[in-house]
Design a protein. Structure first.
Lengths: 114, 116
């Protein structure tokens, strides 16, 4: 079945560590996105990519990094510079970045700093 | 300023009744799209319905309909014949068609609880 796979579902990070969240899609979508969700909040855009080898900062990119070496994959690294990384992270993709295209989401990764 | 405003943090509805979830938006673009997503407790975001700014008819998808009032910049979601499985968070979102590259912007959501 086509879809978006995020792994792991739960992730624990020690202070000062970098961690990488995986996002893979087999929908042949050009555009991919990373969102962060905090309790009682909507989704906030971290990074997005419209095409392989290109990505742009979203509203809250500080402390995060991404790569887009393959169309199918858009991993997110939460660096030690991110002071409050505990949150629910959602990866999404859309066929392109048009105003009428819905985004499809993965199941999410819940990151906790211990 | 917020681009998407959902003023109802929580809503209750009796099973089998209809419920309206409010959403207002702010944009200066003429071309934009409005979306509603459902987020169950498991966390995934499920696309429900889409309305384009140029669409003259209100969008409908099964039990979901979108009450689009362009002049008031509102895009309320109507769920008819509520079911227990409709209990979830609901998010309104917008994509603008102009220079913002069309990213989805989300509201803070409404938590819907369906009572048996």
């Amino acid at each position: 079945d086509g879809g978006i796979t995020q792994s792991p579902k739960y992730l624990f990070r020690k202070e000062g560590q970098n961690v990488t969240l995986s996002c893979e899609q087999n929908l042949n979508h050009d555009a991919m996105y990373w969102y962060r969700q905090d309790p009682g909040q909507g989704l906030r855009l971290i990074y997005y990519s419209q095409i392989v080898n290109d990505f742009q900062k979203g509203d809250i990119a500080e402390g995060y990094s991404v790569s887009r070496e393959k169309k199918e994959s858009f991993p997110l690294t939460v660096t030690s510079a991110q002071k409050n990384p505990t949150a629910f992270y959602l990866c999404a993709s859309s066929i392109y970045q048009g105003m009428n295209t819905e985004a499809f989401f993965g199941q999410g990764t819940r990151l906790t700093v211990v | 300023a917020q681009k998407i405003t959902q003023t109802q943090p929580g809503m209750f509805v009796q099973e089998k009744e209809a419920v309206t979830l409010d959403c207002t938006y702010d944009t200066s673009d003429q071309s934009y799209g409005l979306f509603w997503y459902k987020q169950p407790s498991s966390g995934e975001m499920i696309f429900l319905i889409y309305q384009g700014s140029y669409d003259e008819q209100n969008a409908t998808e099964g039990r979901y309909s979108l009450n689009f009032q362009k002049a008031r910049k509102s895009a309320n979601l109507v769920i008819s014949a509520s079911q227990l499985g409709d209990s979830a968070m609901y998010f309104c979102a917008m994509r603008e068609g102009g220079g913002s590259q069309g990213n989805l912007i989300f509201g803070k959501g409404t938590k819907l609880s369906v009572k048996p």
